[in-house]
Every structure is written in C-alpha cells, then in structure tokens.
Design a protein around this ligand. Structure first.
Ligand code: CP
Ligand code: NVA
Length: 336
C-alpha cells in the first residue's frame, strides 16, 4: 500500500474525533495531516487514562515486526501495546540478514499480508519501509529507519502535551545530530504549530529535504523551523531541550571522529540553565550517559525521559487502533 504524499494540511480546523486512518501506512510523520496527528494524540491520551476501554479492541489481530537493528523500547512497547489490546505480536530478528536478501520485499509482503493485520519495520534504508508499504495491502509502520522515527516523535509530543497542553507557539529545541529522530521531531512539531530550533555541528544538520518539508508545514501552522550551529543560541529560552546519541546505529565506525565534534552540544546543567525555568529535558533513549547528556541532567528534576518511554506504549496503542480501524469506541462514548 503506497503511503500518502507529504504534509497534507487540509481540514486543519476540523475535529480530530472525525479522523479515520483505517488501512493507512505510517512511513513518515509527513504522511499525516495536522488533524490526523491530533486525532492520534487525542486517542493516545484517552487510551492512557482508560486502558480497560480498549482491552479487547484488537481481539485476535496479528502483527509482525521485522527488525534489522537492536531495540528495547520500540519492540517491547509495540508488543505490550498489541497484547493489551487483545491481539498478538510476532518478532522476527533481521539483525543478521537484512530484509529483502533471502526473498524480495514484494514477495515477503504478499506472504505476510495473508496472515497479519499490520507490519512493523525497523530498518537501515528508509526505502525498505516505503517499498514494503507499496506492496503490502495491510498497514506498514516505520519503527525507525535511517531517515525517520515517527512513533518516537508522536510519543514525545504526547509527553509534551501532558505537561504543557496545546503546543502552538511552544519553543522546542533539539541539540546534537540532525538524524532520524530529529527529522521526525521537526515534522511533528511543525504539524502541531510548535517552533522548532535545531542546533547541530556544521556537517550534521538535518537533511535539507526534510527541513523543507517541515518548513512547508510550519508555514501553514504558523510555526518556525530554525537551524543554528551555536548550542547556547539553540537552547536559550527553550521550553523543551531534546538530544539523542551522537552516533546512531549504522554509524558506529564514525564514533571516534564524532565524539569531539559533538562535545560542545552536550546537555549539561550549564546548557540547561539557558532554557526556560520550567523547561523539560528529553531523550529518545538509549542514552550514552555523560556523552550527549550528563547524569545530573538525565537524572535531574527537569528530565521526562521515562515518561517518554512509557508514552511509546500508549501512543502506539492509539496508532494501532486507528490504522487497524478500531479507534471507534471511545471511553467518552463518542465514536470515529
Ligand atoms: N527510543 C527507541 O526507539 O528505543 P529502542 O532503540 O530501544 O527501541
Ligand atoms: N538515532 C538513534 C535512535 C535510536 C532510538 C539511532 O538511530 O540509533
């Protein structure tokens, strides 16, 4: 199934409760409109508050997860999400043999769609996910590629909504590598009308085409996407300061080269003190303690990193409910 073209922003003022995502893929955050993202987030908050309402919503549904890279959070939160909605999740470890090597992606899709209701992929090449989405008749979900990590970003902005409410005009800052996580955060922030400032070393800026996509969305939602190289300028006045590891999976051979380049971008107490007094510290995890973030910040009172990790499960429950067309019976009696 092909994913939708990027950043459809129609119906920006319509009600999230009317959103249907049944049968759709999630390859990129840009597959979603503002109102569709709001619909997922609204359901995620309800699922978190009223889990019993959704206990059997995906009764007997099957989901398969093919992972080419290691995972703790994404694997376990998808499995717990599916299991506690009444369905089952099967995990296939592809870390030793990339998808498409033994059998073409098209043939995998044509087999798997006969057995399961959703396919979750963690890959190196983003195209592995978009290709699978093109061939499979069931929803395909990006659980991290070299270009994006949409499920992470949705859970992260759910965490921010819990703390701060509506995020229009919110000042979100990312410092560090302009990588997959950074890309999905920029797109999500733009869709929600949050201002996003990204502070990276010169050769580690986010990809120009994703920045352009985020800016096109931001033009409609009234937010601003700024790229800077000075970490202090990036963090000054921020309501949230987010970082990720300097060396993502697949780039391990660059770790020694990267360490000194990213040192000035370490989130420590001095850098955090430039942010707004009520600012939160965020990280997708796993963290390399005392590399991109110090223990004092990671374990400090501003850190919301484990709320983010918890919300991965709630947000993915909402996503599965909506893609599998079962987001209909809400705890407040409304339906979609
Ligand atoms: N944040 C995240 O995706 O964690 P894992 O790599 O452990 O899944
Ligand atoms: N940017 C990191 C995120 C891990 C969840 C990576 O791709 O390794």
């Amino acid at each position: 199934m092909a994913s939708k073209p990027a950043a459809l922003l129609q119906d920006i003022e319509s009600s999230p409760a009317e959103v249907s995502l049944a049968g759709r893929d999630l390859c990129s955050v840009a597959d979603l409109t503002t109102v569709e993202l709001a619909g997922i987030l609204e359901l995620a908050h309800d699922v978190k508050t009223n889990p019993a309402t959704y206990r059997w919503a995906l009764d007997a549904k099957q989901m398969v997860m093919f992972f080419e890279k290691a995972s703790l959070r994404t694997r376990l939160t998808f499995e717990t999400a599916m299991n506690t909605l009444g369905g089952s999740a099967m995990f296939v470890d592809q870390t030793q043999s990339p998808l498409g090597e033994r059998e073409s992606l098209a043939d995998i899709a044509r087999n798997v769609e006969r057995w399961v209701s959703a396919i979750v992929l963690r890959t190196y090449a983003h195209e592995t996910i978009t290709e699978m989405a093109q061939y499979a008749s069931v929803p395909v979900i990006n659980a991290l590629s070299d270009i994006e990590h949409p499920c992470q970003a949705i859970a992260d902005f759910m965490t921010l909504e819990e703390r701060f409410g509506n995020l229009r005009g919110f000042n979100f800052t990312y410092v560090g590598d302009g990588n997959n996580v950074c890309h999905s955060l920029m797109l999500t922030g733009a869709l929600l009308g949050a201002h996003c400032t990204v502070g990276t070393p010169k050769n580690y800026a986010p990809k120009a085409d994703i920045v352009a996509q985020a800016r096109a969305i931001a033009n409609v939602t009234g937010s601003n996407i700024a790229l800077v190289n000075d970490p202090i300028a990036a963090v000054t006045g921020a309501d949230a300061v987010y970082t990720d590891i300097c060396t993502s999976m697949g780039f391990e051979h660059e770790a020694t080269k990267r360490a000194p380049i990213f040192k000035p971008y370490q989130v420590n107490e001095a850098l955090m003190s430039q942010a707004a007094p009520a600012a939160v510290f965020m990280h997708c995890l796993p963290a390399h303690r005392n590399a991109e973030v110090t223990d004092a910040v990671f374990d400090g009172p501003q850190s919301v990193v484990f709320d983010q990790a918890e919300n991965r499960m709630h947000a993915q429950k909402a996503l599965l409910l909506m893609l599998l067309g079962k987001g209909g019976n809400r705890s407040d009696g409304s339906s979609r």
